[in-house]
Write a protein that binds this ligand. Structure first.
Ligand code: CO
Ligand code: CO
Ligand code: CO
Length: 350
C-alpha cells in the first residue's frame, strides 16, 4: 500500500480548479446577516468587523487571539501540504500582532480511497511548522470525507492594547508586502500538470514559510494596521482595510512582488475561479490606470495560500522596516503603495 504514496497526486483529488474550495466572498456575509450574535464586553475583535482572528480579553494585559483555517491540497507532496496548511493557519495570529501558543488539527480524510500513511505525512508536516512556531498541539478532530482537507485551529496570546487590526490605516502610511503574489495561478498550473519542479519548489518553500519573522520585525516599528494576504487576494484584503478605515490607497503595481511564472500563466488565461469571485466582489473599489495590464490586474486579485503580511507603517520608518525584513531573510518585502485621505475608500492602482 505504501507505493500508492509515491503515485498519488494530491491536487488531482481536489474537486474544481485552483486552490482552496471556499465560499465566494460575500456569501458568508449573506448567511450571517441579521443573525442575533451573542454580545460580550470582553470580545475585542469579533464578527462585526471581521478581522484575521478574533480577540477575547482575559485581563488588562492579556487577551486570547483565535483563528481556524483548513483547505484541500494545493501541492502534491503530503508533508509540504501539511507544512503549508499549518503556516497558513498560524499566519492569522501573526497578522494580529499575536504570539501563537496552542493548536488543534482539523482533518477531513478520504479513508476509503487514500492510504492512511498519507495523513501521517500531512500531520508530520503540520507538526514541523508548529514546532518552529513554538506551538503545542493539544488535540484535534478528524472526519471522513470524500475530499482531503487539513488545517489548524490556533490560539495565541496578545496584549489587549497592542492589537493590529485592518481598520487603523493612517493617511501618509506606507504599505509593505512581505511575500510575492501569484500562488493561486501557480496552484492551478500545478493541478494542470504545467508547472516545472523549480517553480513548484519555490512556491512551496514560500507558502510553507511562517510569517513569524516578518511579524516580530514589524512589531519593532510604528505599525498602524496589518493583515495577511490569503483567499481574497491582494486587492480583496486591501479593500477590507480601505472600507474599515475610511482611507484610500495608491498602489504602484510595478512594486508589488510577483512570481514571474504566474504572469506567463495569467497571460495564457490560467485563472482560478477565485480570481473572478474576488474581482466581482471588490472590483468596484479599484481604479486601474490604463498602463496596468490585464494579467497584472488578474494577479492582484489572485487568491493566495499562506501569503505575506500587508503592513501599514509610518512613512518615515518604511525604508528601515524593509531593510530589517531583507536583513532577516524576508527577501521579497517591498513598499507597494501609500495610504491617502482622498479619495476615501478607493484603491488606485497605477
Ligand atoms: Co488573514
Ligand atoms: Co484565515
Ligand atoms: Co471531536
Amino acid at each position: 500500500m505504501i507505493s500508492t504514496i509515491n503515485n498519488i497526486r494530491l491536487t488531482q483529488t481536489v474537486k474544481g480548479a485552483g486552490c482552496a474550495a471556499k465560499l465566494a466572498p460575500g456569501d458568508l456575509d449573506r448567511a450571517l446577516c441579521g443573525l442575533d450574535l451573542p454580545v460580550d464586553d470582553n470580545l475585542l475583535v469579533g464578527l462585526e468587523q471581521a478581522d484575521d482572528a478574533g480577540v477575547y480579553k482575559i485581563s488588562d494585559d492579556l487577551a486570547l487571539v483565535q483563528t481556524i483555517d483548513f483547505f484541500p491540497p494545493m501541492v502534491d507532496d503530503p508533508y509540504a501540504f501539511g507544512q503549508i496548511a499549518a503556516a497558513n493557519a498560524l499566519s492569522d495570529i501573526y497578522a494580529m500582532g499575536g504570539i501563537p501558543k496552542t493548536a488543534m488539527n482539523v482533518v477531513a480524510f478520504p479513508a476509503k480511497t487514500m492510504d492512511i500513511s498519507i495523513l501521517r505525512l500531512i500531520i508530520e508536516g503540520g507538526l514541523n511548522k508548529m514546532r518552529e512556531a513554538g506551538v503545542v498541539l493539544v488535540g484535534g478532530h478528524t472526519v471522513e470525507d470524500s475530499e482531503l482537507k487539513y488545517g489548524l485551529s490556533v490560539t495565541g496570546f496578545i496584549h489587549p492594547d497592542r492589537i493590529l487590526t485592518k481598520r487603523c490605516l493612517l493617511a501618509g502610511d506606507c504599505l509593505v508586502l512581505t511575500k510575492p503574489v501569484g500562488t493561486g495561478i501557480i496552484s492551478t498550473a500545478i493541478k494542470a500538470g504545467l508547472a516545472g519542479q523549480a517553480i513548484i519548489d519555490t512556491v512551496t518553500r514560500n507558502m510553507a514559510t511562517l510569517n513569524r519573522d516578518a511579524a516580530s520585525i514589524m512589531l519593532g516599528f510604528t505599525v498602524h494596521a496589518c493583515t495577511d494576504i490569503t483567499g481574497f487576494g491582494f486587492l480583496g484584503h486591501l479593500a477590507e482595510m480601505v472600507v474599515y478605515s475610511g482611507c484610500g490607497v495608491r498602489i504602484k503595481a510595478a512594486n508589488v512582488p510577483l512570481y514571474p511564472e504566474s504572469l506567463e500563466w495569467a497571460a495564457m488565461g490560467l485563472i482560478p475561479a477565485g480570481t473572478y469571485n474576488n474581482r466581482s466582489f471588490r472590483g468596484a473599489f479599484v481604479d486601474f490606470d490604463m498602463n496596468v495590464s490585464q494579467k497584472v490586474q488578474d494577479l492582484l486579485f489572485d487568491p493566495q495560500t499562506s501569503g505575506g503580511l500587508l503592513i501599514a507603517v509610518a512613512a518615515r520608518e518604511a525604508d528601515m522596516l524593509v531593510a530589517a525584513l531583507h536583513a532577516n531573510g524576508v527577501e521579497s518585502a517591498a513598499i507597494v503603495g501609500e495610504v491617502v485621505a482622498e479619495p476615501a475608500e478607493r484603491i488606485i492602482v497605477e
